[in-house]
Design a binder for this molecule. Structure first.
Ligand code: ZN
Ligand code: ZN
Length: 348
């Protein structure tokens, strides 16, 4: 009589390893680009989700890192919930056949899966109708991502937010992550002229506005990330950091206010080598974001006062591709100087 739920061997190399124990090996499918999803085991980590490309990075890796919080664990500990679901579904599918066979044997049914008990006046016919094999859906994983190649170990991986660490070597590659985020805006800027020709001036103007807004958003996000990490590194209690961030609010969307926060709350200069004119120019470009976001791109009094612009009230704010490119270059210079001053790493 058949007494085993799983047949040994097969595509998953099933092995009976104990009275109630089987082992089988399931390979987790990768996406169309050969990337496998990973999830940080630390519940407090956000977004905690990333992908790594097979065949890149460290070979025979024993410890893997979360790109967002640097949690370190064995690579197998970074499975996503979808991958666990997929593995469980596969196990169920394998068990399906075994259980059906056991049932057939227990009831003494032959290959016809039918049996007649009794005879004459009283006969009962039993039949076993096999249920449908469960359908297995591949793990559903996120698609929108930013790809980054680690300059230290070569790991090609994808992240879904502003990350700091390499998932294989655990090195600080924050600036590489930030550069790849900004390069998306550069690509968009590079297409503005073509879009102006094919879709018109209005669409091109909107494209540039979006690029400027994205640049300011990245500036704010990067400064927040750097300050939070710097405060943590210096042992500032979490509650105090939270209080500080409440106070900071959206200050990092504005250059003058950012300078103040760095001077008074972080204890260092926001810029170390930029001239006053350069900082002034950057501040003016950032000011253009305000009328774009809150006033449909039309100049208002508040903007004129803040940006000391000669643009007349009621006119649309003018942004040039060059200005946004410059803002990106300056932002990167500031990030890299801050990163160096805040987290200078001595390498052996
Ligand atoms: Zn994490
Ligand atoms: Zn690396």
């Amino acid at each position: 009589m058949r007494t085993r739920i799983f047949r040994e061997g097969g595509p998953y190399g099933v092995k009976k390893t104990g009275p109630d124990q089987y082992t089988m090996s399931i390979s987790i499918p990768s996406d169309e680009d050969g990337r496998t999803a990973r999830e940080c085991p630390n519940d407090d980590c956000s977004p905690g989700y990333f992908k790594v490309k097979g065949g890149t990075g460290i070979k025979g890796q024993e410890i893997a890192f979360c790109p967002y919080c640097r949690h370190e664990a064995e690579p197998g500990d970074f499975t996503t919930k979808e991958q666990v679901r997929y593995a469980k579904d596969l196990v169920l599918q394998e068990a399906h056949e075994g259980i059906e066979g056991m049932l057939k044997d227990a009831l003494g049914l032959g290959p016809s899966r039918k049996k007649t008990i009794g005879g004459g006046l009283l006969s009962i016919e039993m039949s076993l109708k096999p249920g449908q094999k469960p359908v297995i859906h591949r793990p559903f994983e996120e698609k929108i991502r930013r790809d980054v190649v680690c300059p230290r170990c070569g790991l090609d991986h994808s992240v879904y937010g502003l990350a700091t660490w390499c998932a294989d070597c655990g090195e600080d590659i924050f600036l590489t992550h930030v550069e790849s985020e900004l390069s998306v805006i550069r690509t968009m800027l590079g297409d503005v002229e073509r879009r102006m020709e094919t879709l018109g001036v209005r669409v091109a103007a909107k494209d540039m506005e979006n690029c400027l807004e994205d640049t300011v958003s990245i500036f704010e996000a990067v400064l927040k990330t750097l300050v939070r990490r710097y405060k943590r590194k210096n042992g500032t209690p979490v509650e105090e950091i939270d209080r500080l961030f409440k106070k900071i609010g959206n200050s990092f969307q504005n250059i003058v206010r950012s300078v103040d926060v760095f001077e008074n709350d972080v204890g260092m200069k926001l810029f170390d080598s930029l001239s006053e004119e350069t900082v002034d120019a950057l501040a003016r470009v950032f000011e253009k974001r305000h009328p774009i976001t809150h006033n449909l791109g039309i100049v208002d009094k508040k903007y004129i006062e803040k940006a000391r612009s000669s643009e007349r009230e009621g006119r649309e704010v003018l942004i040039s591709i060059r200005e946004v490119h410059q803002a990106i270059d300056l932002s990167l210079a500031i990030f890299s100087s801050l990163h160096k001053r805040m987290f200078s790493v001595i390498r052996s």
